[in-house]
Design a protein. Sequence first.
Length: 323
Amino acid sequence: MHHVAFIVYPGFELLDVSGPASVFNGANRALRQRRKPAFYKVVLASAQGGAVESSSGIALETRPIADLRPDEAQTLLVAGAEREPLLPAMADPALRATLPALAGKAERFGSVCSGGFVLAALGLLDGRRVATHWDACKPLAEAFPKISVDPEALYVVDGALWTSAGVTTGIDMALAMITHDLDASIAGEVAKRLVLYARRPGYQSQFSPVLQAQAKGDSPFAELIGWMQTNLDAALDVPSLAARAGLSERTFHRKFVAATGETPARFVEILRLDAARLLLSRGGSLKSVAAQVGLFPPARLAEAFERRFGVAPRLFRDMHAEL
């Protein structure tokens, strides 16, 4: 079996552990349904062992990290937390004495959310590209200038190092691990079982324009944005959108910028390119994708895609298309 060891400490974020652990358990369930043996075994460890209370007040029973053998930490992941619990974890003598050796012998190691600070404090992230929670990107980069922090990615794989962004992205990273260890169909079954909206690739941005718009509870355009998402091939110019919103073009433009922080044209392009990126990762042809997202002909899609992502859509598809 492949052992996944989660390292926790007082005040850790429970979902950083329970989310990925549920994914690995889901993979075992899917394997059993195929009459195959379970593959993953989850291990919980902390500096001293025993019950460790999370930030939500729920405690998990753990083993002392010093007792972990390398074969019990083939995948080694450090959970994240808010700043106050992180600081003592970064300085904990037991973690500092044991984590480097375990990480060095692990098949892969990394962190969920802000757990990367613990690894960074040990020099384990120097010269590496990493992801962390959007709110921790600047502090991590400033505190550890030898690290390249990707402020947008949901998760980053840099050799044996796997790091994820905020909280629920640990689930996305765990699904990617299953795809790597087993196959994409198992990961798909787990995602379906967990009723996930979608399996999100690591390159997807933490900053969804729709999510940011929804975060403003008084946004007058929530319904319109939902319609835009499902009608990307429609005319989404300012006159059409203003008419649908029942506003004059000037008033619509002003209120839309105030509500979303983006001009209507920029917002529409972001929606279309994000959708195109997802469709390309599923192996869609440029012609089909361009038509579906309203960036036809394909040359128009290619120009906008390369301008935003720095790579041609055809090359992106070849690099990321699901097998």
